[in-house]
Write a protein that binds this ligand. Structure first.
Ligand code: RB5
Length: 152
């Protein structure tokens, strides 16, 4: 199951991506927003990241105007790796090297055709079996929340 979420800036593109994934037969769940009225992107970043962290959904797609705010918000959640992508290469590498579990895009940045290709690349690419990538993800997870002053 793929979780989708957007604010108003990403709403139109989210509908296009939902339609595209539906045509591909990919099961999706839309966590809002459900219209173009101004909406706060952290709300949808939370709903979609909750769906992934709870195991309800395997991956997510988050869209705001630029993709910046909604990816920053999602990446606050431990265990979430949201990758802001505006090209297919980055989407593929975000899966292969970073095991990204959320694709973020900017509804005011990428066109519909490119966004469909980015989503396909993200959803079709697996995580690399190379140990160095798993090690680097573990190192991300071990980063302290506060500055580590013990080594100064
Ligand atoms: C909303 O106007 C806009 O700020 C939002 O969609 C997003 O681009 C924030 O990063």
């Amino acid at each position: 199951m793929i979780a989708l979420g957007s604010d108003h800036g990403g709403y139109a593109l989210k509908l296009e991506i939902l339609k595209h994934l539906d045509e591909r037969g990919a099961p999706c769940k839309d966590y809002g927003s459900f219209d173009e009225n101004p909406a706060d992107y952290p709300v949808y970043a939370k709903l979609v990241s909750d769906a992934i962290l709870s195991g309800e959904c395997e991956k997510g797609i988050l869209i705001c105007g630029t993709g910046v705010g909604i990816s920053i918000a999602a990446n606050r959640r431990p265990g979430i790796r949201a990758a802001l992508c505006a090209d297919v290469y980055t989407a593929r590498l975000a899966r292969m090297h970073n095991d990204a579990n959320i694709l973020a895009m900017g509804g005011r940045v990428v066109g519909t055709g490119l966004a469909r290709e980015i989503a396909d690349a993200f959803l079709e690419t697996g995580f690399s079996a190379d140990e160095r990538h798993a090690r680097r993800i573990s190192l991300i997870e071990e980063l302290p929340e506060s500055p580590d002053n013990s080594k100064s």
